[in-house]
Design a protein around this ligand. Structure first.
Ligand SMILES: Cc1cc2nc3c(=O)[nH]c(=O)nc-3n(C[C@H](O)[C@H](O)[C@H](O)COP(=O)(O)O)c2cc1C
Length: 203
């Protein structure tokens, strides 16, 4: 009995050790990817990533829409570009005027984070915080699954057009707070190691 118990504890330890290593590896090797190959992402991987987002620390409710339909992804890109061009904001107009710029980086897949529209400042803050938690979980999961990813907040502007909401099947009282772009990449540049001067201790 004792030896079984010890062996099982040991196994648990090894499993937890492996899990922690993989999670930390993914956190420290994650980087934003803005260039993807055309290779389709496996459905199981997208499902896992969406579930990782859903499993985040979320105070309230988020929905997730996995988008792999090329026409819809292109529609979002076109709409966001048109929004930037109309905005009159110099930086956005310049970005959108670049023929090589696309808000979703032509990724073969994206996961839209859907929030309930609100004018309440507290609910709005919670929406932003929930989105951040869910997106970060998805970026880390994508890294662990060998995929490139980007927190493409700018894709959300496309959803000011109700037709784009309709295209992904969300009602008019909801909106998209961010899109995580996903795909395989040929980019092998390592993640930039951050300066840690901004971490201080009070002991
Ligand atoms: C809230 C937020 C919004 C972002 N929106 C965009 C975006 O719209 N388009 C984009 O290409 N990158 C976007 N990024 C990615 C950042 O530019 C990127 O994380 C940052 O430059 C650091 O690079 P790294 O992710 O490789 O460490 C966003 C990141 C965050 C946290």
């Amino acid at each position: 009995m004792k030896s079984r118990c010890q062996s099982s504890d040991f196994q648990t330890f090894i499993m937890i050790g492996a899990f922690i290593m993989q999670t930390l590896d993914a956190i420290f090797t994650r980087k934003t990817i803005r260039s993807y190959t055309d290779q389709a992402v496996e459905k199981e991987k997208l499902e896992t990533i969406a579930q990782a987002g859903n499993q985040a620390a979320i105070a309230g409710k988020l929905e997730f829409v996995v988008i792999t339909n090329r026409n819809i992804l292109d529609q979002i890109q076109r709409e966001a570009k048109a929004f930037f061009l109309r905005s009159g904001v110099e930086k956005l107009v310049m970005l959108a005027s670049n023929p090589n710029y696309e808000v979703l980086h032509n990724a073969p897949a994206g996961i839209a984070v859907v929030i309930s529209d609100t004018t309440d400042p507290h609910a709005s803050k919670m929406n932003a915080e929930n989105t951040g938690c869910a997106v970060q979980n998805m970026l880390i999961a994508a890294t662990e699954l060998g995929l490139g990813s980007c927190f493409a907040e700018s894709g959300s502007v496309a959803f000011t057009n109700p037709a784009i909401k309709d295209a992904i099947g969300i009602s008019n009282d909801k909106t998209v707070s961010a899109i995580v772009t996903l795909g395989y990449t040929e980019n092998t540049t390592p993640a930039v190691k951050r300066n840690t001067d901004n971490i201080t201790w009070c002991e």
